[in-house]
Design a protein around this ligand. Structure first.
Ligand code: BES
Ligand code: ZN
Ligand code: ZN
Length: 498
């Protein structure tokens, strides 16, 4: 999909469909007098009360008699500053118009206080909503495609709107790369494939460097967690470190650590076959951190961000790690394995402590499809977030609010920490049985942070959607790539102040 910007005073609309935005106060947000036929159709719909600009109200009508377009797509925002409704509705409408055969779309940008943000959000919704993953389908695949979208803008705003669209293109490209990884089936995406993705990213950008550690290297480093989880599979685990340097200071400002279990069978603590297929998405955290670093590099943000991923497949092979095993993690702490299915935290023990002790990051965020308990608690609406540093969390929340990738901060009362105590090792990998499962998992990871600034995100439940809706398309969502990019921007501003 190409998005181009045109001068509303000079260019003529010539499209299959025109998207028009409205609010409850003003069902048609801009002056359509430059195109009489379009204006007549829009006026009629409003007069007949078919469209009132309500939030999430959509209406596609035939635009008889207009030379400039065949369809009008009316999109309600409720209020003018409702950017999340804009992103969602744009995603919905782009698919409606595509299914009706539209190839060329025009959008007249309304008068907005922040025209650039409006354009960026709209472009994000259009691109993400039009996403498809059809590489494994060979019959009956729709060839319908939106080819161009023209944004009609005021002359004075054209330059900033062009920049905003470029930004949206960079960010959504990364979101879609993350979605692609999540959507790849487990047989086509093993740890070595994740390595290939990271290496390709580094090849594409001079500002990125990628280092990969194999089993022998991890043995030397004492990465007992990743190695233990990987033992049951013939597809060997890998440690991937993808670094971006956006400023001269020789430090890692932010490490993004992603859970990269390319498939989670549960290992010897084998899962039932109830939805086990969804465990192909158990590397969504890893996908999001690699994709986010790529976007941050492409945007050239002035901040140093490194992604760390332990890529591993959790299988019940003959050499698999077992309940009762005691393993030693990268930072020296010992872990008693109670369930081989609580494998994510075992790999994160290594990668989180590596982010501090190995690459000496100033702050880290780990992100993981960690617990079914998180899905029970919060469903498919928001991630669970945990921290040992409220200021850092506040910054994260600011970023997450701005891009509408919701998170809910969970409690870290000391009492929960007690539950992970083991009688035979330093910690055990399940504490408290089924109780407070997402919280005890977070506390487990906390043991490997050396009390450095840390946020943990449990994204189980929001990494995939089982129906296409708004800007999400069945399968991987690419959450929270957009938040990571927004946070990196906020951090860059903070670090380069004064
Ligand atoms: N990958 C799963 C968690 C998960 C569940 C992600 C549902 C996405 C959707 C994780 O490795 C796991 O199996 N967790 C166990 C932990 C338990 C053994 C303490 C769980 O949640 O059942
Ligand atoms: Zn598991
Ligand atoms: Zn898992």
């Amino acid at each position: 999909m190409d998005i181009i910007v045109k001068d509303v005073k000079r260019a003529k609309i010539a499209a299959d469909a025109v998207i028009i935005f409205g609010t409850e106060k003003k069902p048609v947000l801009f002056d359509l007098s430059f195109d009489e036929a379009v204006k007549l159709s829009a006026d009629k719909v409003v007069a007949k009360k078919i469209f009132a600009g309500k939030k999430d109200q959509h209406k596609i009508i035939d635009c008889y008699g207009a030379e400039s377009c065949n369809m009008l797509a009316l999109c309600g925002l409720g209020t003018p500053d409702n950017y999340s409704a804009l992103r969602k509705n744009a995603g919905h409408l782009v698919r409606c118009l595509r299914s009706k055969g539209a190839e060329k779309i025009a959008v007249v940008l309304p008068d907005m206080k922040n025209a650039a943000l409006f354009a960026q959000t709209l472009a994000e919704g259009l691109i993400l909503g039009a996403y498809t993953f059809t590489k494994y389908q060979t019959v009956d695949v729709s060839k319908k495609e939106i080819k161009t979208v023209s944004f009609f803008a005021k002359h004075a705003e054209i330059a900033e709107i062009k920049d905003a669209i470029t930004k949206a293109e960079v960010i959504t490209r990364s979101v879609m790369i993350a979605r692609d990884m999540v959507n790849e089936p487990g047989n086509e995406f093993v740890p070595a494939d994740m390595v290939a993705v990271a290496k390709d990213m580094a090849k594409e950008s001079k500002k990125l460097s990628c280092k990969v550690y194999d089993v022998a290297a991890m043995e030397k480093m004492g990465m007992g967690g990743i190695l233990a989880v990987g033992k049951g599979s013939i597809n060997e685990p890998k440690l991937i470190v993808l670094s971006y340097k956006g400023r001269t200071e020789d430090k890692v400002d932010l490490a993004l650590v992603g859970k990269g279990v390319t498939f989670d069978t549960g290992g010897i603590s084998l899962k039932s076959d109830n939805h086990m297929d969804e465990m192909k998405g158990d590397m969504a955290g890893a996908a999001s951190v690699l994709a986010a670093v790529q976007a941050v590099a492409a945007l050239g943000l002035k901040v140093n961000v490194t992604a760390v991923v332990g890529a591993v497949e959790n299988m019940p092979g003959g050499k698999a790690y077992k309940p009762g095993d005691i393993i030693k993690s990268y930072n020296g702490k010992t872990i008693e394995v109670i369930s081989a299915d609580a494998e994510g935290r075992v790999t994160l023990a290594d990668t989180v402590s590596f982010a501090y002790r190995g690459i000496k990051a100033d702050r880290i965020i780990d992100v993981a499809t960690l617990t079914g308990a998180c899905v029970v608690a919060l469903g498919h609406v928001c991630s669970a977030s945990y921290t040992n540093n409220q200021k850092f969390m506040d910054l994260y929340k600011k970023a997450s609010d701005a891009v509408d990738e919701k998170t809910w901060q969970m409690p870290m009362f000391e009492e929960y920490r007690e539950l992970n105590k083991s009688k035979v090792a330093d910690v055990m990998n399940i504490g408290g049985g089924r109780d407070a499962g997402s919280i005890t998992a977070a506390y487990f990871i906390y043991e490997f942070t050396d009390k450095n600034p840390w946020i943990h995100l449990d994204i189980a439940g929001v990494e995939m959607v089982n129906k296409t809706e708004g800007f999400n398309v069945y399968g991987g969502t690419g959450t929270p790539v957009r938040t990571f990019v927004a946070l990196s921007e906020l951090l860059a501003n903070e670090l380069n102040k004064g």
